[in-house]
Design a protein around this ligand. Sequence first.
Ligand code: ZN
Length: 270
Amino acid sequence: MRFEIEEDNRILVRRLERVIRDDRVSHAYILEGDHCIDKKAFAESFVKGILCPKHLGENCGECSICDKVDHGNYEDLFYVAAEGSSIKDAGILAVQDRLKTMPFGSRNVVIVEDADTMTQRAQNRLLKTLEEPPGRSVILLLSENIENLVQTIQSRCVKYRLNYFGTSGYDSMLEDAEAVVQLLEQRAPFYQIKEKCDKITKNREDTEAFLDSLQVVYRNLLLQKEGRISFLKDDEIADAIHQVEAARKQIRQGVAPSYAIRNLMLKIGG
Ligand SMILES: [Zn+2]
């Protein structure tokens, strides 16, 4: 699949390609990612992968459907976005009306931009659609912070987090995260770990990218990819992933990134 931000999300892209080829596309997805990530572009690439008649799973970028999606005028693709500061009930009502119509092609697809801004009423209305999704329709919710969506919506969607590896790029950020994980494994002195972290996380974006990378490193350890065997136990790795998620939450709630990272390192290293 050709994704604009493929480089930052290799693992996820491969997974989505498989889902499409195996005809296991779900009715609803939440694509979560920081504000700096072009979630709409990622969603559109996914949509092309689903709908492209030429090469299922890997949008060709040449057929009339791919072309129309690129130009925002594909008949079966419907967008809803915030009007003013929120997506209101009427916005989701329009989605429901749209999903009642027959698609021209294989299925209707809805992209809900700014899904975080849905009012309570709008979320309740959307929930009804998610409970009884019409036909082969697909709904993609784009979110900066999944916690803004009610639990009942979250539980009915397949959730993916889009990674962002900042200006330093995928490989170097992963290398840095790997180095930190190794320091933690070796129980290196805390000042050493902190010094390394301070170098990597100079601003909020880099901090988010670092957290994303840490999760990739730990997940790879859990799957024993890259041929590296860790002397951490599986539950220790799972706990580390959980702690990374907790740090991300703290930062969203307004905790200073440097403080959250320091805390995280104490917890994983402790
Ligand atoms: Zn195509």
